[in-house]
Design a protein around this ligand. Structure first.
Ligand SMILES: Cc1cc2nc3c(=O)[nH]c(=O)nc-3n(C[C@H](O)[C@H](O)[C@H](O)COP(=O)(O)OP(=O)(O)OC[C@H]3O[C@@H](n4cnc5c(N)ncnc54)[C@H](O)[C@@H]3O)c2cc1C
Length: 392
């Protein structure tokens, strides 16, 4: 049997054969978008700490990837696996790009789609699917990340209105969002609120000096007696399970996305090792290099098999949220290990933005932390295995 392993895909495991034709076409369209629109500029955007997010959002809307796995309201209504593979291609470009799409579709839009009133859905989902309106999702606070149940942001009733006070931290798309989904403590437990940009008392500040996810907007949201009408609350979300179910949607995208970043590192590194001459031979011809490449290819393929398996389960409606923890933990942990190992093969060249590897490695540090840290996912898995919660 002759195995051909195209350098362009490194699809040694034959993952492509698990993908149906429509999904493959969609994946190819996202890859083409990333190659044309993102790859030529991403190093500069990253270096400058900027992303033309509004412009890109419109183009991503045209591409049909914003809220793509949701039904109705201008959303594409694709399978979960197709959404995952789109995340793979987007994150092969940059984790910041995938974050823009994840937060828009899986956090902000999903919250409105799943928990919003019909009026809220009609108002926000079509323009968000088109990328004309941008959303953000404010759950984390400076003192409450892994444990959002301690949140201090509060919403109190005042006549027919709600009044929100508090501060949210590390919010992707925060300062560019047209609408913020803000989670706050009320007398009846945690509830979600739609806060339009420009509401008096609502301000944002961009977090600067990040050394990871530089091509992504991360912000602080400040709510200083923000008065909202009664219908600003998401009626169907009561308690923390609301925001946690949104996080689970975004984590599913990361299961695929992180492996896209790893794939981009490995592809770059194989090409580099083939052309780099060391002691008169290609670096790729040395055993030490091949052992590293083989191990990385193995982890990437195993990760993809798990991702595809979770995709099939999600499409069948049988996916348990704790299984998503397996995928998020594995994909990000292995992707970061692959990025670091690839960097060693590139030598000094690996520390520059001339190659994507150090950028992916730095980005993956954020991905390791957000949507549940690795330790949090280990604790979720540990609880499934033992029946004991070790969170407190
Ligand atoms: C770039 C970026 C973008 C983000 N975007 C968003 C966003 O859009 N919306 C949003 O709401 N949030 C966002 N976040 C916040 C993110 O979700 C939190 O950073 C994350 O939940 C971790 O919280 P923390 O940073 O406060 O860390 P902490 O919770 O303080 O954790 C610190 C360390 O303690 C460990 N730890 C926590 N609990 C336990 C335990 N029980 N046992 C053992 N170890 C434990 C953690 O694993 C970690 O290693 C973003 C973060 C980043 C970096």
């Amino acid at each position: 049997m002759t195995l051909t392993v195209p350098a362009s895909t490194l699809d040694y495991f034959g993952i492509d054969s698990l993908i149906d034709d429509d999904t493959r076409q969609l994946q190819a369209a996202v890859r083409e978008f990333v190659d044309r629109r993102v790859r030529p500029h991403i190093a500069t955007w990253y270096d400058d700490g900027q992303l033309p997010a509004r412009e890109l959002a419109r183009e991503l809307g045209e591409l049909g990837v914003l809220g793509m796995h949701l039904q109705g309201y201008g959303c594409a209504g694709t399978s979960a696996t197709a959404y995952g593979l789109a995340c793979f291609e987007l994150e092969a470009g940059d984790s910041g790009l995938r974050s823009l799409v994840s937060v828009q579709g899986s956090l902000a839009m999903y919250a409105i789609w799943r928990f919003g009133s019909e009026e809220q859905k009609q108002q926000w989902l079509p323009p968000m699917a088109a990328g004309e309106a941008i959303g953000c999702f404010g759950l984390t606070e400076a003192d409450f990340g892994s444990d959002p149940s301690g949140m201090r942001t509060r919403a109190r009733r005042d006549g027919g209105d709600w009044v929100l006070t508090g501060t949210k931290m590390w919010i992707t798309n925060g300062s560019i969002a047209d609408v913020a989904v803000v989670w706050a403590r009320t007398d009846e437990g945690v509830r979600g609120f739609l806060v339009p940009a420009g509401t008096p008392g609502f301000t944002t500040a961009e977090i600067t000096r990040k050394q990871s996810l530089r091509a992504s907007v991360t912000s602080e949201l400040v709510l200083d007696d923000v008065r909202l009408p009664a219908d600003a609350m998401l009626p169907a979300a009561a308690g923390l399970s609301g925001p946690l179910s949104c996080l689970n949607e975004a984590r599913f995208g990361i299961v695929f996305g992180a492996l896209g970043a790893a794939h981009d590192c490995l592809r770059t590194t194989v090409e580099y090792a083939r052309s780099r001459q060391i002691f008169d031979r290609p670096l790729a011809a040395y055993q030490a290099t091949q052992l590293k490449l083989a191990d990385m290819s193995l982890e990437l393929g195993k990760g993809m098999l798990l991702a595809m398996h979770l995709g099939v389960a999600k499409d069948a409606g049988t996916l348990d949220h704790r299984q998503v923890s397996l995928g998020k933990l594995n994909s990000v942990r292995e992707a970061i290990a692959i990025a670091r190992e690839c960097r060693t093969i590139l030598g000094a060249a690996g520390i520059t933005l001339d190659y994507p590897v150090i950028r992916h490695a730095a980005n993956l540090e954020s991905v390791l932390t957000y949507e549940g840290t690795s330790e949090v996912h280990q604790l979720i898995i540990g609880q499934v295995l033992t029946g004991h919660s070790a969170f407190r």
